[in-house]
Design a protein. Structure first.
Length: 58
């Protein structure tokens, strides 16, 4: 963690995820949230549309 101007920056070097906050505690809490989001499996932003299509084969 280090300070840049009015902000504290926290970084997880092993994964290269960083966050910031106005206090050290806020920067660490924001880093924790960023790490939790980093490790969540991706979710589709649009639900898949499933359709049945009939075709004739020659």
């Amino acid at each position: 963690m280090w300070r840049e101007g009015d902000w504290y920056v926290s970084q997880c070097l092993e994964i290269d995820v960083a966050s910031q906050g106005r206090t050290e505690e806020e920067a660490l809490e924001n880093l924790k949230e960023a790490l939790e989001l980093h490790f969540q499996p991706p979710l589709a932003t649009h639900p898949s549309e499933v359709r049945t299509v009939e075709v004739e084969a020659a």
